[in-house]
Design a protein around this ligand. Structure first.
Ligand SMILES: [Zn+2]
Ligand SMILES: [Zn+2]
Length: 560
């Protein structure tokens, strides 16, 4: 089962947001945000520890957390949710509209959602309202449109946490998530849950604390919107058609269309209830059987995008995809020496508990000025790491750094300093808007630096917050392949960087990859599973991934 920490942190974050919207004291807002961060980063399951032992959690917050753990909510949050409907919170996500104006529109004009705001503008109800001129109206309409296009999607980390909570919360004989989440897309628009169990489950579902609004409800399907603004569809399916339903609702649409062509050629029918030859059931209970009956092995959900997987399956030539079990280490992680929140000792112990056979600590380098890194600090850390090594005979500790690629492609330290590190990750952390030519030259120069092993989070995108940089990726990947520089798949779910389409492109150029957590806290180490999702969607095998290699092969790659 999922740890309770993320759910608790999300509730505190939400409370902080609502508290701020309703004119709450900024100092207290920050203390709730800080507590949320500390709990999310706390290594143990908060449901099994004393909440008060988490640094930054005082008595008032601890009480709320305890109530949340008991019943999935706390009174003050319930009150604010009532005061500020979910639609009003979506209003604040319109780029040109702040929280104060959103609350004003709700209280003065009854505008309770972006849709209601568009309507109010259309009806001229904002005319003459102080602070809302014609220019503002125009901007708001543009903002609403933009919101509709993007904000219904959340990154895979948010969706996965929610889906796992839902799956754990319902009294089903069998329950699983399907849809784009099962395919491990990096953003998810809605969550599809399939279940076998009593119809009464629908009532349980509607009453769950994560539900903000019931959109539609029937015996077979119930749709709700959660407090995150995400739509969740719960379908109760017959036990005998479980496999067909999973196949159908996992998609993608394009994959299923292609599959149906094969079905039709056989004169059969495929639906969410099964694969049928007239009235005869060919396959229904097991997903594997559906594929087998069509002359192919089971296709992993991460490949189901109609990107050649059906043809490969028919030839029995599907790749043996890299899995989380294949990973033997992590090559990009941080500690509290820079912007991490856990100590070196705690991070290393947690990495060891994950069963890694090697682990690199790569704190930030000096050019990221706010991290106040110095060579002395780095060398001191190296000594500490070497001393720690004695306690971990079966895990090789690597001392690394995350360098900053300057606008001209150079990095923080001269060659002789770089040579002292076991692993150098080099990343772009500034000057994101350089021209395509400049950015391409910048990456190529970093690849050509013989001390740089890995390009960290290459596109620098933050999902929903920062667009990817513009570069000629073909040229960058050619340089990476030529120089033996690995491209990173940064597994942090709001980065998911490289994204799977660029991984696939890089793979064509012969590039190797490093699937890293970029952890800044102990729980982040588990994010590697999202990187695995990206790698699988790009058809990678274990041989393509340097941190799936045995230690000796990795050390050769690193020139050690
Ligand atoms: Zn970075
Ligand atoms: Zn990093």
């Amino acid at each position: 089962m999922a740890r309770a920490n993320d759910a608790v942190a999300a509730a505190l974050e939400e409370y902080a947001e609502l508290f701020a919207m309703t004119g709450g004291d900024a100092f207290r807002v920050r203390s709730y945000q800080k507590a949320a961060k500390a709990i999310a980063g706390f290594p143990e399951d908060i449901a099994a520890t004393a909440v008060r032992s988490v640094p930054g959690v005082g008595e008032a917050i601890a009480k709320k957390v305890e109530e949340y753990l008991e019943r999935g909510g706390f009174r003050q949050l319930d009150d604010l949710r009532e005061k500020v409907p979910e639609g009003v919170r979506r209003l604040t996500r319109i780029p040109s509209l702040g929280p104060k104006k959103a609350v004003f529109l709700f209280q003065e004009l009854g505008v309770d959602s972006p849709e209601a705001l568009a309507e109010a503008i259309g009806q001229g109800r904002l005319r003459g309202v102080k602070g809302f001129g014609p220019k503002t109206e125009e901007n708001l309409l543009k903002g609403i449109e933009q919101l509709e296009r993007t904000s219904a999607r959340v990154h895979v980390g948010v969706a996965m946490d929610l889906a796992e909570r839902i799956v754990a919360s319902l009294p089903a004989e069998r329950i699983a998530y399907a849809g784009s989440l099962r395919r491990m897309k990096d953003t998810v628009g809605d969550i599809d849950i399939l279940a076998v169990g009593p119809v009464s489950m629908m009532d349980d579902f509607k009453a769950m604390p994560y539900v903000a609004e019931v959109i539609a409800s029937g015996e077979k399907k119930t749709s709700v919107r959660t407090h995150e603004g995400l739509q969740v569809d719960l379908r109760v399916v017959p036990a005998g058609s479980w496999g067909a339903a999973m196949q159908y609702f996992t998609g993608s649409k394009e994959h299923n269309v292609h599959l149906r062509e094969i079905v039709v050629k056989k004169g059969w029918k495929l639906s969410e209830y099964g694969l049928f030859d007239g009235d005869r059931v060919v396959a229904a209970e097991h997903e594997e059987d559906v594929y087998r009956a069509l002359g192919m092995p089971w296709i992993p959900p991460t490949l189901r995008e109609d990107g050649g997987e059906i043809a490969a399956a028919l030839r029995d030539a599907l790749p043996v995809l890299v899995t989380e079990d294949d990973l033997r280490g992590d090559l990009h992680t941080h500690t509290d020496l820079t912007d991490g929140i856990a100590s070196l000792e705690d991070m290393v112990a947690a990495a060891h508990a994950r069963g890694h056979s090697y682990y690199a600590v790569t704190d930030h380098a000096p050019d990221l000025a706010m991290q106040r890194m110095t060579l002395d600090k780095a060398l001191e850390q190296r000594e500490r790491l070497q001393r720690l090594q004695a306690s971990y005979p079966d895990m090789r500790l690597l001392h690394g750094t995350e360098l900053n690629i300057a606008p001209d492609g150079s990095v923080d330290w001269p060659a002789e300093v770089l040579a002292g590190f076991d692993v150098c990750v080099a990343s772009v952390h500034s000057h994101f808007t350089q021209s395509r030519e400049e950015m391409t030259r910048r990456f190529v120069a970093a690849c050509e630096n013989p001390h740089v092993h890995i390009i960290g989070h290459p596109t620098t995108r933050r999902i929903g917050r920062r667009p990817p940089v513009d570069a000629d990726w073909d040229e960058v990947f050619r340089a990476a392949a030529r120089t033996g520089t690995a491209m990173e798949i940064d597994s942090f779910p709001d980065r998911s960087d490289l994204p799977s389409d660029l991984v696939r492109l890089a793979h064509h150029h012969g590039v190797r990859f490093s699937i890293d957590s970029d952890a800044h806290a102990v729980p982040h180490l588990a994010n590697q599973r999202f990187g695995i999702g990206i790698a699988q969607r790009a058809w990678l095998t274990a041989d393509d991934v340097i941190n799936a290699w045995p230690l000796e092969r990795l050390l050769t790659f690193l020139g050690r």
